[in-house]
Each structure stands twice: as C-alpha cells, then as structure tokens.
Design a protein around this ligand. Structure first.
Ligand SMILES: Nc1nc2c(ncn2[C@@H]2O[C@@H]3COP(=O)(O)O[C@H]3[C@H]2O)c(=O)[nH]1
Length: 717
C-alpha cells in the first residue's frame, strides 16, 4: 500500500478566499501507514497547520481556477479584487484594463490538473452565493464592453456558464459529495473541508472512545520510531535487536502541549521534585544471544552514572530506587533466571510471585518492555517507569484472585501471544483461480504487525487492567449500590474504575514514563489503553467475538481498527487464560477465583443479599462452574483465535499448547462431574433402599450455566 503523500489532504481550516486565514489550530496531518511485507511503518511526517498556515498567508487561491496567486499587497485586496470575497470588505469596481490584466494573470497560472493539495481546492467550496452573483455581475459588465477581444469574450461567456452551475455544497456537500464540515479532533471546532476529497489515511480511524466520548486522533503517530522490524520466523525474544536507526529524536512532551488530562497539580514539593529529576541512562534490549542467559553487557551499557534528585527516585549505575524507596537492580533483572523463561506459556508465575511478592508485576513489566525495546524506542525514564509500575502493583489488593499476580499473568499472556510467530488465517482467502502463488504463510509474531505504540499500550493496559479490584463482581457492586456503581452508572463499573484510577496514577509527574511521547502519541496511547481495559468487561465478550468472526475474511492488519480488534482479543484471552494453562497452574487459579467468589458470597450473606450461585462456600460446585466457564466463555474465544491462526504453535507441536491444555483441563472437569454424579446417584439409590431421600441430591442438578454461574451471571447477560 503506497504511503499517502503529506501536505495535501487532511482537514483544512476554514478559509474565506482573500481574507487572512483564521487563527491556526494545532492540527496534524494524519500520517498513513504503509505496509511492506507485513511490516508496519508509520511515516509521512506530521505537518502542523502552522506550516500550512504560512503557506496560506503567502499564497491565496484563485477562486475560479484553483491556482495559487502570488502574495498580493493589501491595497490590491482593498481595491476590490474579484478574488477578495471577504464580506463587504474593500470591494470596489475594477477598471477594464486592470480586470483584463488580472484575468490574464489568473488564466496564465491556471492549473491543468486538480491540485494535489486540497488546500488549493479547499477554497472552491468556500464560494458563497453572493460571491457567485458578484462574479457573474463582473463578467456581465466585462461582456458589455465593445472593445473586448473575441476570444476573451468567448472565455468570459464560458466562465459565466460555469458559474451558472451551483456547487452542491449548498446542500452541505462539497464537489466530491463529502461533508463540508468536520470536527477538529483537537479543538472540537467545526472545520470546512476543501472541495477535494479529504485524504483518508488508509488507516481507518476511530472517532470516539467508548470511555471518553472525545474524538480520538486518527492514525498512528508517524514518528519513525514507531516503526517495527519484521522479526525473523526463528525469532526468539532474547535475540531481539531493534534497528538502531529506527528511532528519531523524540520531541519533548512540552508543558504547552498538555492536553485535557494534564497531570494533576500536586503539592509544590512533588511538582518541584520531579521537575529536577534527570536520568541519563536508557535501558536497551538484550543484544542477540540464543542461550537465554541475559547478556550482562546490557548492564555494562547502563553503567553511566545517572543521578537524579532523591525526591523522585534515583538511578545510580544499574540500580533504580523509586520515589517510595523500592530498589531495582536492572543488571540483576537482566540476569534473573526465572525471567529467562518469560516466553514459556507454562511460566511458573506463582513461584515468581513467591520470590517477589511485592514487585512481581513491575519486574515482569520491565522484562517485557526491555524485550520489546520500548525503553529505547520511547525514551522511557527508568526511574519514572519503576515509580509507576511499582505504585500500580501496590494498588492491587491482597485478595485471592484479582491481585498483582493476575495482572502479571495477563501481561505475560499478552506478551506470549504477541512475540511468538503465528500464521494468521485472516484476510481474503486466495481466489482458487488466482495465478498468483498463495500468500506467504511464513509465521511472524503478531507484534511485528503492531506499531510499537500499540504494543506499549497493550502491555501497559494488561498491567493496569484490574488495578484496585475489590474482589467483587460488577453485579455485586451494582446491587450493593457501591459508590463506583453510582459514579459509572452501573456500566462496566470495575473496568471504568481500573482504567480511570490507573490512568490517574500515571498522571502524577513522577510516574509519567510516557512523558516523551508527543501530543499525538499520548492521545493515541490513552485511547488504546482505555479501549483495551474496557474490552475486558465480559459483558462485551460475545459481541467482540462475533465482530471478529464476521471480519475474519477481511481482517487487514495494516488497518488500525482491525489491529485494535486483534489486540482486544489478545488481552481478553490473556484475562481468562487459566483453563488454557498447564493443569497445575489452572488448578491454582481455579482455587483462587473460587475463594474470591466465596468471600463475595460470605459478604452477600452478611448483607442479607441473595448469595450468587456458585459463591456459597457451603455448596461448592467447582467442576460445574469450570465446565460452564470453559464451555461458554473461554472456548468460544480460544476457538475463534485458534481457527484464525492467532495462537502460537511452538516447535514440535501440531496445535497450540493453549488448545491442548484447554481440552485436557475441560475433560478433567467433565470427568469430575461424572464422578460426582455417579456418587450422588449411588447415594440416592442407597437412600432410596433405606427409604431416605438425600436432600443434596437435588442440588446436584446442574443449573443452567448461562443463568447461574457467577462468572457468567453478572457479566454476560
Ligand atoms: N468460573 C471461572 N471464572 C473465571 C475464571 N477465570 C476468570 N474468571 C472470570 O472471568 C472474568 C474476567 O473478567 P474479570 O477479571 O473481571 O473477572 C473474571 C472472573 O469472574 C475461572 O477459572 N473460572
């Protein structure tokens, strides 16, 4: 897909021909992604209207031919040039000779083809009714003259005829049948679009987020640093070596760029604190090595002394100390043997959490960010990175399931699904009679189809996605009229809470590891993080799966919204991944979620509320709960992703280990149900022969899982 040229197209600010352009808005020309062999590259340098504006100031456009007119002196405008269509300003009657000179000048410059720059054509759609009649009047006056050369008269009559055709922008459409007015995503103001078809980047852009309702910026920010290298099929994360040249100089995220969510004003000390924080070292990805041992040269690379003021933390040599005194040695992290297995699906996360009960999430996030080279690409300050992710992990409660281990597990799941090569079976099927060879089926990691910004947003959202989870379901919070339910109007209460509060945490300047993203990247990052977190609400589960199943045949990963849908599937799959894990891990997660459900059931009992099915610890039905969860929630998603070829198949296997585990674990629960039913039946028979009917035998009838399962009831209907 060829890159769309910059400069032309985009959204042109409203300009009345002949008048000085309106105050300029920080509008960005939306870059276009172009793909080269599946590699996503963002290019087309962003052009602020400031540049365009000076162009406009320098050149006006002939309202008739669309050609640009060299700068005119104000007095020429003042003399009532036919191009000065300003309402009532400086209009007068031109002399014949002057008119002819002007007309010939205009005709000389007339374009032979439509200008590429919609700015030039933009003016055409600004011709107002009064201008038309004025122009027709002028032409009628000229045609009255007897000295007019024949050819000029003929031309003038032709122009008059043209002017008789009223542009259809009178009914709100311009010459291309496109709306004349669009929303400026930055200022929200109405903008008049030029007559030319506004360049729609080949990245279809979403206009609003379900969370903020604000228009989002359209396309991928176009910094070269967002480009991605195609990872070789034999890719192994630890062999990651990102192109050095890929990064351009990040534009500082200046205060003047701050947008509506600018970090909260903290007390003066903290504000002063961070304004002085400096950290000159950056963390880079491990140089290529294939024996999984993390290369210590990376730490050598970090040996630069970089000391920052104590207040926001420090980074001395390879040791980062956060604002609250938590110490991280990146050299030790790079060599952590546990983290060497981070790309294994069976990564022993509970062992890791036992070793680092307070920092398992920040440590895993560091490893993932480093493997994806995000520190280098986005100039992430190690101090602010660890400040944020440690504050984030401290915000997870010490509860059985929705704790920082779960957040780390979801991050690990997103990492696993993004870094291992897959063979996506998406997009239009090759036509059977096509003479072309079938599209390459080389396996490539999903991450090589995503931009680095999308990847950083996915990993960050995974770490954020259950922040400050109270261990209760949305249904419980709504029934209990919890203040969060009131705040979020009973809609995706937990998910909105996780997103809002984890983002609020990020707004503290000492935590703002995204400070070097520019305004466009920051807005897009926020949009993506919100979309990813809100997608974890199971209420949208089947809608998202259905959307994906309907799109599978025309998924286009060079299309921003298709990549968004794919990333939503990934974080969702990671969020309910337990049944796809090796049984020992799945069993631990099962025990944890059940204990958390029982704690909710205990509270429901205390409050005199109806105990949610499957949440009564005195009526445990774990096998049935898991059977229904696997059959009705996990399998529909896992099967959809597997059929689309989106789940990694590691060397030596013929299908994804996630699917192997899922079938194995489901069968185990079914076997357990069989055993329970058999023993219940035996009890019944015994009771019957002894004339006693066991009360609990009726309880073993499996209730409709759709109706009663706690993980289904409150979230899915
Ligand atoms: N029954 C059951 N529900 C689960 C399991 N794992 C996750 N869930 C549910 O899936 C939900 C996904 O979103 P949440 O994290 O909010 O809450 C999660 C749980 O309610 C599991 O192993 N069994």
């Amino acid at each position: 897909m060829s890159p769309i040229p910059t400069g032309g197209g985009g959204i042109s600010p409203p300009v009345i021909i002949g008048s000085a352009p309106p105050p300029l808005h920080h509008l960005h020309y939306f870059g276009a992604a172009s793909s080269g062999g599946g590699r996503l590259r963002d290019r087309s340098p962003r052009l602020s209207v400031g540049t365009i504006g000076s162009e406009m100031r320098r050149h006006r456009v002939d309202s008739f031919s669309g050609s640009t007119i060299p700068p005119t002196s104000p007095n020429m405008l003042h003399k009532g040039s036919p191009f000065n269509q300003g309402a009532g300003r400086g209009r007068g009657v031109m002399s014949d000779s002057h008119m002819q000179k002007t007309y010939h000048e205009a005709m000389r410059q007339r374009r032979t083809s439509l200008p590429a720059n919609s700015l030039a054509l933009g003016k055409l759609s600004q011709i107002t009714g009064s201008s038309l009649s004025e122009a027709k009047g002028l032409i009628a006056d000229m045609l009255m003259s007897r000295e007019l050369p024949g050819n000029v008269a003929t031309c003038l009559r032709a122009v008059a005829t043209l002017l008789e055709q009223r542009p259809n922008h009178m009914n709100g459409l311009n010459d291309f049948g496109l709306p004349c007015v669009v929303e400026n995503p930055y200022s929200g103001e109405q903008l008049h679009v030029g007559a030319s078809k506004p360049r729609v980047s080949n990245i279809t852009f979403s206009t609003v987020t379900s969370a903020t309702g604000l228009p989002t910026i359209a396309a991928e920010p176009n910094k070269a640093r967002s480009s991605r290298q195609v990872l070789s099929p034999t890719f192994h994360p630890s062999s990651l070596a990102w192109p050095r040249g890929a990064m351009d100089n990040a534009s500082a995220y200046g205060a003047e760029d701050c947008s509506y969510w600018k970090p909260e004003q903290h007390d003066s000390t903290s504000t002063n604190q961070t304004s002085t924080s400096t950290s000159t070292s950056t963390i880079t990805s491990a140089p290529p090595n294939h024996n999984h041992s993390h290369n210590h040269h990376t730490s050598e690379h970090l040996r630069k002394e970089s000391v920052s003021r104590k207040e926001s933390g420090s980074h001395v040599d390879t040791v980062v100390t956060t604002i609250d005194g938590q110490r991280y040695d990146t050299k030790e992290l790079d060599g952590d043997q546990d983290l060497a297995d981070v790309e294994d699906w069976g990564f022993p996360i509970f062992n890791f959490a036992k070793k680092y009960p307070k920092t398992c999430l920040s440590r895993l996030t560091y490893t993932v960010f480093r493997q994806a080279d995000l520190f280098r690409i986005f100039k992430v300050s190690p101090i602010k990175f660890f400040n944020y992710f440690h504050a984030l992990e401290k915000g997870y409660w010490e509860i059985p399931y929705h704790n920082r281990i779960h957040a780390a597990d979801v991050l690990h799941g997103c990492f696993y699904m993004s870094v291992h090569p897959v063979k996506p079976q998406i997009g239009p099927p090759p036509s059977p009679d096509s003479l072309l060879p079938p599209p390459t089926t080389a396996a490539i990691p999903i991450m090589s189809s995503m931009s680095t910004l999308e990847l950083m947003a996915l990993y960050t959202a995974a770490a954020m996605h259950d922040y400050d989870h109270p261990g209760r379901t949305n249904a419980f919070l709504v029934a209990a009229e919890d203040k969060k339910a009131i705040l979020y109007n009973d809609r995706s209460v937990l998910e909105n809470h996780h997103a809002a509060e984890s983002w609020r945490l990020l707004c503290h300047s000492e935590n703002s590891f995204i400070e070097n993203l520019d305004a466009a990247e920051t807005k897009r990052f926020r949009y993506l993080v919100l979309e990813y977190i809100l997608a974890t609400d199971l209420k949208q589960h089947f809608e998202i799966i259905m959307t994906f199943n309907e799109k599978t045949n025309d998924m286009d990963l060079t299309n921003e919204s298709d990549r968004l849908l794919l990333a939503k599937l990934m974080i969702k799959m990671a969020d309910i991944n337990s049944p796809t894990k090796p049984y020992n891990l799945h069993r631990q997660w099962t025990d944890r979620i059940c204990e958390e459900f029982y704690e909710q059931g205990d509270e429901e009992m205390r409050r005199g509320m109806v105990i949610t099915p499957y949440m009564d610890r005195n009526d445990a039905q774990v096998a049935k709960l898991q059977d229904s969860f696997i059959a009705h929630v996990v399998s529909p998603l896992a099967v959809a992703m597997n059929e689309a070829g989106l789940l990694p198949i590691l060397p030596g296997l013929i299908e994804p280990e996630m699917m192997i585990n899922l079938k194995h674990n489901h069968q185990k629960w079914l076997n357990e149900i069989e055993i329970i039913n058999a023993s219940t039946a035996a009890n019944c028979n015994g009771a019957l022969s002894n004339g006693v009917i066991e009360e609990e035998s009726t309880a073993s009838d499996s209730p409709d899982p759709r109706k009663d399962s706690p993980s289904l009831d409150s979230e899915l209907d």
